[in-house]
Design a protein around this ligand. Sequence first.
Ligand SMILES: [Cu+2]
Length: 292
Amino acid sequence: MLIGRRPILRRAALTAGAVSTLLLLAGAATAEVLGQPTPGGLGLPATVTEVGAETQFFYNVVLLPIISFIGLFVLGLLIYVCWRFNEHANPVPSKLTHHTGLEIVWTLVPVLILVFIAIPSFRLLAHQVEIPEPKVTIKVTGNQWYWSYAYPEDQGGGFSFDQFLKPEAELKPENGDVRLLSVDNEAVVPVGEVVKLQVIASDVIHSYTIPAFTIRIDAVPGRLNETWFKAEKEGLFYGQCSKICGKDHAFMPAAIRVVSKEKYAEWLVEAKKKFAKADDGRMRVADERDAR
Ligand SMILES: [Cu+2]
């Protein structure tokens, strides 16, 4: 019996390997475009952070082959059982109900697989959760249905602004605008620096997600969540709200532009002037409302 099963095991292992290699290649093929989805893309989107690279390694090299192998192994067993033990092939069924050795094996093997997965998984989790000393801290607030960003004063900021979806009529594809992703005010961060995001919501639960940074963090009213990223490449990176938050949930993209340190310093100066007026305006509206 055991001899008959071995070629099936070997074939299942080979097929699992081939499937995961194909998926890996598909992932590599889409790695060209940064920061936004690619038509016909397969696999995880390209990442520009160390944590992202670790996450993708964990998924592509550890999890995907294991799950492909298990799926194909179980499928193979089912097909074998249907073929070998159906009524015609095996008219007198075995009365066997217990097999201590087999029961120990099918308990122990899954436990060992889980332990094998748990070790790199916890190491990765710690890397994601422990925030290194940040160079830039930004407060991101989720609103129905847009994001707001606040840059603290002691880091050259002292301003805040809202980020709305660009209406379809204003899109300029020749300037790289992307439907349902481009925004009016992009958030800007420096390349190669640790950026800490403090994320909260003003109304309902939203979720701030930028796939290229491999970050997704819930924005919850009354609770300040934190995450971080260190982008290693310059570019424009899009994300979308990832928690169903109301009727315009699909229309509140997030956009972060990663630039050189010099350009970031220039942007801070410009943004301070540009958004100071907006802040005054908002305060004036609030004052008038309070006076009423
Ligand atoms: Cu939302």
